[in-house]
Design a binder for this molecule. Structure first.
Ligand SMILES: Cc1ncc(COP(=O)(O)O)c(C=O)c1O
Length: 428
């Protein structure tokens, strides 16, 4: 169908999307009898702590770890209270030292960067490419003598290019900690995300693909990384059978914190985990339904897909030819009843874009002398600037983002596509 200006809802025409919009809580909206049953078992047994209770009970947290292990094909999984905690524990477990540099992408939630600083290391920010995952060339440019690790982020559902990242890591002898917070259930070239690096860290926070409100998982194949992350997440390594026994090998026990997952969280996470594949398949179906109806639109460019089968499809991102078009395009889409937004706006803070990471730009630590930025032991930290990653800003400032809830019907998808067709064919 050919549209003209007056057909657009923003100019008084009929709306393309008349079905109600759905919020983006993929797993959250699926909470039902399964979660209730698991939680009630924990409450009935009065077994709220994973390591002990009034009588023996099969720990839900342990079961969650076992099912995740099997799913990822890893030797170990550790459940924690968040992905941030998993990232910090992973960095500490792989041996990141105060003042070491760790490379993070310029487009990720601030938690990735904050975890590096919590481990007393120094974040170095690398550009993202058209896939909005880390740009391999810029990643290599950012490697210095002080670089110890890379945190590739599988951002907004999209697998990072793990083959290239692992190649670079091996060439420069770097540790890799994957941030899978936003891409639980995804894969790259047939291998599950989170299973490539020395450690893979997942989030179960409420906005994520599956959720227990808060929660995290760390996966690894390495004995020492597992034991060290477990020790760190559990204050004084209380999990050990004989908790006061001396360490069996060097680096097994040290000061830790409490990042443990509770049994109630484990119960919800376990029921959600069993829904993961189904949720991802529905998002993939919905994204394909929308995309096939807009793929031919002139002037509309698409986020690069690094792996079609492995993309968890939490969102669709398109690029306009010019930044100046974004605001009016979004207004027109919203008038059509299609929920969409620009990703980057200089004046609107967003913790997912390095440009807005004021804490990093100004090295804002809780105390003046604290590691890593002002600590004499660490040496001079890099200077940060909002101009460090111009390619990231170029892609993000021309992008428009659509959530893809798994709960969308075929009719919802058809109407969303029609709304995009209308606006693009008139405005581009
Ligand atoms: C890319 C990324 N990394 C890390 C995190 C932190 O996850 P959590 O809230 O479980 O600590 C998030 C959460 O939004 C995220 O999006």
């Amino acid at each position: 169908m050919n549209y003209t200006k007056t057909d657009l809802a923003v100019n008084g025409g009929p709306k393309a999307k008349t079905t109600p919009n759905l919020p983006m809580f993929p797993g959250g909206l699926e909470i039902g009898e399964e979660e209730k049953r698991e939680v009630m078992q924990v409450l009935d047994a009065k077994y709220l702590f994973r390591y002990y209770g009034p009588k023996d009970f099969p720990s839900k947290v342990k079961k969650l770890e076992e099912e995740y292990k099997y799913f990822l094909g890893k030797r170990y999984c550790l459940a924690l209270n968040s992905c941030t905690s998993a990232l910090i524990s992973g960095l500490i477990a792989v041996g990141v030292e105060p003042g070491d540099e760790v490379i993070v992408p310029a487009y990720t939630f601030f938690a990735t960067c904050a975890a590096v600083v919590a481990a007393k290391a120094v974040p170095v920010v690398a550009d993202v490419d058209k896939s909005l995952t880390v740009d391999i060339e810029d990643l290599e440019r950012k490697i210095t003598q002080k670089t110890k690790a890379i945190i590739p982020v599988h951002m907004r559902g999209m697998p990072a290019r793990m083959d290239k990242i692992m190649e670079a890591a091996s060439k420069y002898d770097l540790k890799v900690i994957e941030d899978v917070a936003q891409s639980n259930g995804g894969s790259y070239r047939g291998q599950k995300l989170g299973s490539f690096g020395d450690a893979g860290c997942f989030s179960l926070q409420y906005h994520k693909i599956i959720t227990s409100g808060e929660g995290g998982i760390l996966a690894t194949d390495d004995d020492l990384i597992y034991i060290r992350s477990q020790a760190y997440h559990d204050v004084a390594a209380c999990w050990r059978k004989d908790r006061f026994a001396p360490p069996e090998f060097e680096g097994e026990i040290f000061f830790g914190v409490n990042f443990r997952m509770s049994e109630l969280t484990g119960a919800v996470a376990l029921a959600q985990f069993r829904k993961l594949n189904h949720i991802v398949r529905r998002m993939q179906r919905n994204k394909a339904l929308i995309k096939k109806n807009i793929i031919d639109l002139p002037g509309l460019d698409f986020r690069e897909i690094t792996d079609k089968e492995g993309d968890t499809a939490v969102c669709l991102i398109v690029y306009l030819p010019e930044t100046a078009l974004v605001e009016d395009f979004v207004t027109a889409l919203n008038a059509e009843g299609v929920e969409a937004g620009g990703i980057y706006n200089k004046g609107v803070p967003d913790w997912h874009i390095y440009h807005h990471w004021n804490m990093l730009m100004d090295k804002m630590m809780p105390t003046k002398k604290g590691c890593p930025f002002n600590c004499p032991l660490c040496g001079p930290a890099p200077e940060y600037s909002k101009d460090d990653c111009p390619q990231t800003i170029d892609w993000l400032s021309r992008s428009i983002h659509f959530d893809i809830p798994p709960q969308l019907s075929e009719e919802d998808c058809a109407q969303i596509a029609e709304g995009i067709r209308k606006v693009a064919s008139v405005m581009l």
